[in-house]
Design a protein around this ligand. Structure first.
Ligand code: ZN
Length: 93
């Protein structure tokens, strides 16, 4: 893992705060670049981003009838994935 503590580097906390907006293309270009760079360098956030992408894809497939997703639970799931790896985790019921 590369951690260059520079002012143009996003922190994990910053990335998790803007991750959903980032994946929706709703952040400005500079922020997007910072996040992209962080996701490259940080496995934990990279995994979380991957989970969000999968969630978005799954939601996109439910055309029209989108249930209110328990996002907090999906978020926990993403965190567990990042901490324990895919094998150790079970998907949310
Ligand atoms: Zn991170």
């Amino acid at each position: 893992m590369r951690f260059r503590r520079r002012s143009d580097e996003a922190s994990c906390r910053e990335v998790s705060r803007v991750l959903q907006a980032y994946l929706d293309g709703q952040v400005d270009e500079l922020s997007a670049r910072r996040v992209t760079r962080h996701l490259d360098a940080c496995r934990r956030c990279g995994l979380e981003a991957e989970v969000y992408v999968r969630i978005k894809e799954a939601v996109g497939r439910m055309d029209g009838d989108v249930p209110s997703l328990p996002l907090a639970r999906l978020r926990d799931f993403a965190r567990r994935l990042a901490e324990e790896g895919p094998q150790a985790s079970e998907p949310p019921a």
